[in-house]
Every structure is written in structure tokens, then in C-alpha cells.
Design a protein around this ligand. Structure first.
Ligand code: UDP
Length: 268
């Protein structure tokens, strides 16, 4: 059952308005931020943003700001955790104390432990873990600013960071939440829609393999709404995948150009 959180707090998170919201849809049928029901929030991604990680990525998804860092495959300590036949994938999802309106305790809460687990489980199927027995791949996701759908945007960023680290993968992974607001299925819920809407369904997809690696549902959806939400979620993930692919191509064609330039200078 979807628990609705405090309306006053939600308003203070999303705007300076303190009066309760009457509806999540405007009179013209658009959402409060001006989007149609099937529209994504603006998304910006960058790869290779950290010098000290093997791979890294940054994503702005709506007002979410998230950085992901990957280390490995590397030797695992303590050694007794090692798996004899595959790499151990570890994931740590953390929200910065300043990422939400009400200061978040720096100690990892139950929600962060749960999200770390579901994010790891949504990424691991894409990684060729059997290539690296006894090793580890560590994924860190830091939420700098939260605006609903952080686990999904975290998955998208972490998959880019894994690719940036050169971890062999069968596919990228993309995350996007779908949900129900005012009785209608809507794509990519914002913080206020997540909290005051009728349902929230985060999805992660391996887009070229068409494999769903994360599917959660908080709220009540009829079988017909569930089917519609799933279809719209997959389309949304495919759109985000195009952006992921473009940003990787852009980054690595730049790297290739730089390497070629260096080689040319050495030859001269
Ligand atoms: N949130 C918050 N305080 C918290 C945890 C979450 O304000 O301690 C907000 C944050 O904007 C987050 C949203 O609630 O994105 C929805 O959280 P949820 O647990 O549904 O996960 P998410 O949608 O971010 O994956």
C-alpha cells in the first residue's frame, strides 16, 4: 500500500509553496512541471568525471544530481569473501546529508541498505562476472541532490561508470520509474509525484537484450495499468539508453582522437 508522506514537507522540497496541492495535474492536463504523461525530465550525463576511480559518471536527471564511481575488477579484501567462480559485485548507494530538504543522517539507513542491494542486483546480470573469479567490482553511488527516482538514475549512472572502467558487459543497464498520478499512468515520476501519487514502479532494463533486471511496485495498479506502465517504462528506458550510448561514443571518440594525436606527435 502506497504511504503518502507529509504534504507540507513535500511542498517545501519541491517549491517554496506551503499550501497543500490540489492535484498533480494542471487544468490543461499537463503535469505540474509542464510535462506530458509520457515525457521524461531533462537528462544530462557525463562519463569519466573522477580521476581517482577506474570508471565514473555523473547524471542530472530532472533535479537529481548523482555521481557514480567504479573500482575493479580488483583483488578482494578480506579474502574470505571471495567467490571461487566469479567476481563479487558490491554496491554502495548513499545520500549526502545535504541531498534532501530535511538533513539526512550521515549514517546509512535501512533505505540505503535496501537500495544498495536492489541496484547491485539490477547491474550484476549485465556484467561478465565469471571472467574474474575471486576478484571484486565495487560500485559507489552518491546522491548529491534528490528529486525522486534516485535508484533508477543511480543505475543509469553506475552502468556508465562500469563501462568507463572497462568492465566487460553484455549490455548497459538503464533505470526509469513509471507510476500513477491522478489515476493516470505517468513516466519518470518527480519527487512530489512519487510522494503524493497513487503508485511508483521503478524499472531497470538491459536495453539491447530486452531483459528487465529491476521491477518494484509501491502502490496499487490494476493489471491493465501495470501492463501500460511496463510498456511505457521500457520505451522510456530505451530513450535514456540512446543518451547513454551517445555519451560513451562522444567520450571515447575524444579519447581515441587524443591518443592518435599523441602518437602522431611522438612519430614526428
Ligand atoms: N527522500 C527524502 N528523504 C529521504 C529519502 C528520500 O526526501 O530520506 C526523497 C528523495 O527526493 C527521493 C524520493 O524521496 O528521491 C523518493 O524516494 P524513494 O525511497 O521512493 O526512492 P527513489 O524514488 O529516489 O528511488
Amino acid at each position: 500500500m502506497k504511504k503518502k508522506r507529509s504534504v507540507r514537507r513535500v511542498n517545501s522540497v519541491t517549491s517554496s509553496r506551503k499550501e497543500p496541492l490540489e492535484s498533480l495535474l494542471r487544468k490543461d492536463g499537463l503535469r505540474l512541471d509542464g510535462r506530458g504523461l509520457d515525457d521524461l525530465r531533462p537528462i544530462r550525463m557525463e562519463v569519466g568525471v573522477l580521476d581517482n576511480a577506474d570508471g565514473s559518471a555523473y547524471i542530472e536527471h530532472g533535479r537529481n544530481k548523482i555521481v557514480a564511481a567504479v573500482y575493479g575488477p580488483r583483488e578482494l579484501h578480506p579474502k574470505h569473501l571471495a567467490l571461487p567462480d566469479k567476481a563479487l559485485v558490491r554496491c554502495e548507494y548513499r545520500m549526502a546529508t545535504f541531498s534532501v530538504e530535511e538533513r539526512k543522517s550521515p549514517a546509512p539507513g535501512r533505505r540505503e541498505v535496501e537500495l544498495s542491494k536492489v541496484i547491485r542486483e539490477s547491474l550484476e546480470p549485465a556484467i561478465f562476472v565469471y571472467k574474474y573469479p575471486r576478484a571484486t567490482i565495487d560500485i559507489f553511488i552518491q546522491i548529491l541532490q534528490a528529486d525522486g527516482g534516485t535508484r533508477c538514475a543511480g543505475v543509469t549512472a553506475a552502468a556508465l561508470a562500469l563501462a568507463d572502467a572497462g568492465v566487460p558487459m553484455r549490455d548497459l543497464v538503464v533505470g526509469c520509474a513509471v507510476g500513477k498520478i491522478e489515476g493516470k499512468v505517468a513516466v519518470d515520476l518527480s519527487d512530489v509525484e512519487d510522494k503524493l501519487g497513487d503508485g511508483d514502479m521503478p524499472i531497470a532494463l538491459m536495453p539491447t537484450k530486452k531483459v528487465i533486471t529491476l521491477l518494484q511496485c509501491d502502490g496499487n495498479l490494476t493489471p491493465e495499468e501495470f501492463k501500460q506502465a511496463l510498456e511505457k517504462g521500457i520505451v522510456a528506458c530505451e530513450k535514456i539508453y540512446e543518451m547513454q550510448r551517445d555519451v560513451l561514443i562522444e567520450r571515447y571518440s575524444k579519447v581515441r582522437d587524443e591518443v592518435t594525436e599523441e602518437q602522431r606527435e611522438e612519430e614526428e
